[in-house]
Design a protein around this ligand. Structure first.
Ligand SMILES: Nc1ncnc2c1ncn2[C@@H]1O[C@H](COP(=O)(O)OP(=O)(O)OP(=O)(O)O)[C@@H](O)[C@H]1O
Length: 222
């Protein structure tokens, strides 16, 4: 079943001579449960594509369909709710709330949506990411790699149908990167999650089911 689909997706920034075609007609279909790595050189349009897939920014033209729904047909508020329920994000910048503990950060999205925390599941995620001794700490008392693992735990905690990750292991050493990716794959399979991940790391990309290459805002097949 196709869970995520783009049709002739375009995103242009600016106008005239300085116009940038960040995405220039992207057609992409991703199956439920698939783990896709997006690779490409700096400025090729990877982050722009991920933002569009997650409904964080509206395209210039074209459509993004998530689970059968044309997401840009939704008004901002409805889109925000849809995104919160369906999609988990992991960014290079961890975006943790500095005044909240690690535990509070991890369960915050569930509470914002008025949901109930599945304690056993969240504890399993926390243990796999090696964060059980840090739950009472504030983010600034953690290393960069630990903060990144908190951000990953927070994204997984809501059991999103789709996990979108921008260089999720960018600040981790290669061993920890493989472990974290391994966990993401396991949870992905367990909860039939679909994962789309941007990476510069070929070794990490090879762990995906499929590699999508993007150049100058277009998908290239090689
Ligand atoms: N808000 C913006 N305003 C103007 N141009 C932008 C904006 N965001 C991105 N761009 C441009 O769009 C193009 C694609 O950017 P994007 O961030 O998607 O690339 P990327 O492949 O993720 O790069 P990197 O690997 O360096 O993060 C680039 O030329 C970039 O300068």
């Amino acid at each position: 079943m196709t869970i995520l689909e783009t049709r002739d997706l375009k995103k242009y920034y600016g106008a005239g001579d300085t116009q940038v075609k960040a995405l220039d007609g992207v057609d992409l279909s991703i199956q439920q449960g698939e783990f896709v790595a997006i690779v490409g050189t700096s400025g090729s349009g990877k982050s722009t594509l991920l933002h569009m897939l997650g409904g964080l920014d509206r395209p210039t033209s074209g459509t993004v369909t998530v689970d059968g729904r044309d997401i840009f047909g939704l008004k901002d508020e409805a889109l925000t709710i849809f995104r919160r329920r369906k999609i988990g994000f992991v960014f290079q910048s961890y975006n943790l709330v500095p005044v909240l503990s690690v535990w509070e950060n991890i369960v915050l999205p569930i509470q914002l949506d008025g949901g109930k925390v599945d304690e056993a599941y969240v504890q399993e995620v926390i243990a796999t990411l090696g964060l059980e001794k840090k739950l009472a700490n504030l983010p600034n008392q953690l290393s960069g790699g630990q903060q990144q693992r908190v951000a990953i735990a927070r994204a997984l905690a809501t059991k999103p149908a789709i996990l979108l990750a921008d260089e999720p292991t960018g600040n981790l050493d290669s061993r920890t990167s493989q472990d974290v990716l391994g966990l993401m794959k396991v949870t992905g399979q367990k909860f039939a999650q679909t994962m789309v991940m941007i990476t510069h790391n070929e070794e990490i990309a090879q762990m995906a089911d499929r590699i999508v290459r993007i150049e100058d805002g277009r998908i290239v097949t090689r």
